[in-house]
Design a protein around this ligand. Structure first.
Ligand code: NAD
Length: 296
């Protein structure tokens, strides 16, 4: 297929390279010259504008920073230049309201569109092992599925347009809250004189078990290899967790839903990011909760 790819940053670069590996003809556009040359080295064809990238495309994939970029790229450029049978796939993590508005706009103009945010970080984007949560009509999902499969290990239809974003922020709110709870618990266990490995062995087969504890343990040297074993480098940046918690808080306000744990997780991640730690993995929250961040 002829696929236009807009936004070839940390995530989009690896994703576009996997589309090339799956024998798609990928026409790439990014505002950054550096991102474009990296995409060219990976086998994409460079486009001079969004319009040039989408002109002959069967599908458009976008991987942009936030809702404002997505609304601008589709509203000001893609809608006016793509052919009506072009499938539109937005993989960015954005607010539910913008995802719905852009999707409805696409529909009113005769385009099929899905929101398809991802779970998994930069390594998963490069390895082609992302999970896609997809919102949109079944017919649009069926068309998007083979394209997304070339970039991921799981592609799940969540429901109507916007539900991909809803699933993504609900999942990440749960993750942020469990990581904060796991971290303060490990800090308390330590202060109560428990050996960290012994407490891990007990909790990992007891009712306190969670993915944050047994797959991504925030304590170095305990559990499987995780960013904690590499001074919290790599993985999922605390700043991106904060972004997702803010999106969850916005969506909760709109839906009139009470999310006190998610709200508290948001405040804790705001403290971590404000302390200059936004570039470190989100599991570094344990250092703040152990009172260690300030001493670094
Ligand atoms: P990034 O900043 O590295 O890449 C975004 C790219 O979009 C940049 O290269 C930028 O130049 C380009 N861009 C911005 N406006 C543009 C425009 N108008 N036209 C063309 N290109 C434009 O960000 P990223 O880390 O790749 O993240 C992309 C999205 O994926 C975000 O929504 C993020 O929340 C989400 N996400 C990121 C991760 C992660 O671990 N990095 C994980 C899951 C989801």
């Amino acid at each position: 297929m002829n696929i236009a790819f807009i936004g070839l940053g940390n995530m989009g670069g690896g994703m576009a390279a996997n589309l090339v590996k799956a024998s798609h003809d990928v026409r790439a556009f990014d505002l950054s010259e550096e991102a474009l040359s990296r995409a060219e080295s990976a086998g994409c064809t460079r486009a001079a504008s969004v319009a040039e990238a989408v002109a002959a495309a069967d599908a458009v994939v976008t991987m942009l920073p936030a809702g404002t970029h997505v609304a601008a790229v589709y509203g000001n450029e893609v809608f006016d230049t793509a052919a009506k049978n072009t499938l539109l796939i937005d993989c960015s993590t954005i607010d539910v309201a913008t995802a719905r508005a852009v999707g409805e706009d696409a529909k009113s103009r005769g385009f099929a569109m899905v929101d398809a945010p991802v779970s998994g970080g930069i390594a998963a984007a490069s390895a082609g092992t992302l999970t896609f949560m997809v919102g949109g009509e079944k017919e649009a999902f069926d068309r998007a599925e083979p394209i997304l499969s070339a970039m991921g290990k799981a592609v799940i239809h969540a429901g109507d347009i916007g539900t991909g974003q809803a699933a993504k922020i609900c999942n990440n709110m749960l993750l942020g809250a469990t990581m904060a709870a796991t971290s303060e618990t490990l800090a308390l266990a330590e202060k109560l004189g428990l050996d960290p490995q012994t407490f891990y062995d007990i909790a990992s087969v007891s009712s306190g078990q969670s993915w944050s504890l047994t797959s991504y343990c925030p304590l170095p040297g305990v559990g499987p290899q995780s960013p904690a074993d590499n001074d919290y480098q790599g993985g999922f940046a605390a700043a991106l967790m904060l972004k997702d918690l803010k999106l969850a808080a916005d969506a909760a306000r709109t839906a009139n839903a009470a999310v006190p744990m998610g709200g508290l997780a948001g405040s804790l991640y705001q403290m971590l990011v404000s302390a200059g730690e936004g570039g470190r993995d989100f599991s570094a929250i344990i250092e703040m909760l152990r009172g260690k961040t300030a001493a670094r």
